[in-house]
Design a protein around this ligand. Structure first.
Ligand code: SF4
Length: 448
């Protein structure tokens, strides 16, 4: 694997022609060139002045972006590229700008600028002859059937199973990543377009070998057919980062919605607003990792930024998508009690007291094997803080045997309305989404 390097050249002067591609919401698919946009205002001095300030604004906007680290000259070429195309694992990206022969992806705040032949920070996108392509369309590297509680989602169709899939790649570089074997890999490290293509269609085999997985194609309509055959009411885009397989996620969500299946996105929340709105219109539930509440720690621990995640949470609330937040408490990184309290206060104020929050226990892994697991006491103090800030539904995860760690309490009569044992629902005292004891409405989506 090539090392990641900054691409200083890409920050230089963009070529004059600039267009946004694939913005479905605007209906401007195919784009409008900046030259054309300037031309609209060019009929006179006032128009020219307007065009000049537009240009300045555009230049400033570009300068304010921090281009992500990318893999220089690492896009697949030759036979590999031809095979990838033949399999249908290539699709033109959505939400990107053409800067002459360079492209800039606008899906996540990394805003990668790629010269021809470059590969993106998330490893899944390339610039081929001035066009941005995703390499992870219809080629998941893993799938499973999971309880929805495993996402974790505790207030969304409890007790149901969800068909869960992922491709390689991620927009973050978390030191504590649980799934780094796929999230920190290129598509070519998890998939192989040589040999016979395997399309998974009913009737389904009981299992697939790793070799078969590497040849597997599972296009959106296949995902829907497999999910229906398995009797799952939902599809989860999870394990790595759905933002890094945006087009595949979006098209599958759309196909699933048409068949009345639910869509669940499990994400770090690092996505730009326009692609978020375009995607989440088809999404029924999300689980968002709020990895901390400090910009410096986000940079150190995740190579990411906090503010875009907060923006995404607000956008989800505005769109009416059901979502739950998880916060992994990592010793020496995200276990500061004051920071946890500030985070809880923000959630209560901006998202409301009915926003579920899961504190999760860190286990040593990936690049943080030298740290000890989070002390259970730290997690319990975090839960106390969240409750003190007014949050009604606060959980502790990853601590088997901890009493009431996954219990949902009625905020009114304080009785247990849902009891869980790890991922299994063991008791349900809900009737039509209301507490069986006092009739108080419990926030969530309770019907399939
Ligand atoms: S989605 Fe990938 S290519 Fe696009 S900006 Fe984010 S990291 Fe870069």
């Amino acid at each position: 694997m090539k090392s990641e390097k900054r691409n200083p050249k890409a920050e230089e002067n963009p070529r004059p022609e600039t267009r946004r591609v694939g913005d479905r919401r605007s209906g401007l698919s195919g784009g409008i060139s900046r030259r054309a946009a300037i031309g609209l205002g060019a009929a006179g001095v006032v128009g020219l002045a307007g065009a000049a300030s537009l240009f300045d604004l555009f230049a400033k906007w570009r300068e304010s972006e921090a281009p992500a680290d990318i893999f220089k000259g690492d896009a697949p070429a030759g036979e590999l590229w031809a095979l990838w195309q033949k399999r249908g694992w290539v699709k033109e990206g959505r939400h990107y700008l053409k800067l002459g022969r360079n492209v800039q992806c606008k899906v996540c705040p990394n805003n990668c600028i790629l010269e021809p032949g470059d590969r993106s920070h998330c490893r899944n996108r390339i610039n081929r002859d001035g066009t941005l392509y995703t390499l992870v369309y219809g080629n998941p590297c893993t799938f499973h059937v999971d309880p929805v509680e495993k996402k974790p989602l505790y207030h969304f169709m409890p007790g149901t199973q969800t068909f869960s899939l992922a491709t390689s790649g991620c927009v973050f570089r978390c030191l504590n990543c649980q799934n780094w074997e796929i999230s920190q890999k290129k598509p070519e490290e998890t998939k192989d377009p040589h040999g016979e293509e395997l399309r998974l269609r009913p009737p389904l085999p009981s299992s697939l070998s790793l070799e078969q997985m590497s040849r597997l194609s599972l296009f959106p309509e296949d995902v829907v057919a497999v999910t229906e055959t398995l009797g799952c009411p939902s599809i989860s885009y999870t394990y790595s980062e759905p933002t890094a397989f945006y087009e595949y996620t979006q098209d599958t969500c759309q196909a699933a919605r048409a068949r009345k299946l639910k869509n669940i996105v499990v994400s770090c929340g690092s996505i730009e607003e326009r692609p978020a709105r375009d995607l989440y219109q088809f999404v029924d539930a999300a689980h968002v990792d709020l990895k901390g509440f400090d910009e410096d720690i986000y940079q150190k621990l995740n190579a990411g930024k906090l503010q875009p995640i907060l923006n995404t949470l607000k956008t989800l609330r505005e769109l009416g998508v059901w979502f739950e937040i998880i916060n992994l408490v990592v010793p020496t990184y995200t276990d500061n009690p004051d920071t946890i309290r500030r985070m809880c206060a923000w959630i209560a104020k901006e998202l409301g007291p009915d926003q579920p929050l899961h504190f999760s226990r860190f286990q040593p892994q990936h690049k943080l094997t030298h740290l000890a697991p989070t002390p259970v006491e730290t997690l319990m103090k975090a839960r106390d803080s969240a409750r003190a800030e007014g949050l009604h539904y606060v959980y502790i995860g990853n601590v088997p045997g901890l009493e009431d760690a996954g219990t949902t309490w009625c905020p009114n009569c304080k009785k247990a309305v849902i009891e869980r044992d790890i991922f299994a629902v063991t008791r349900m005292n809900l009737t039509d989404g209301k507490c069986k004891f006092c009739g108080t409405k419990i926030a969530g989506v309770w019907k399939t």
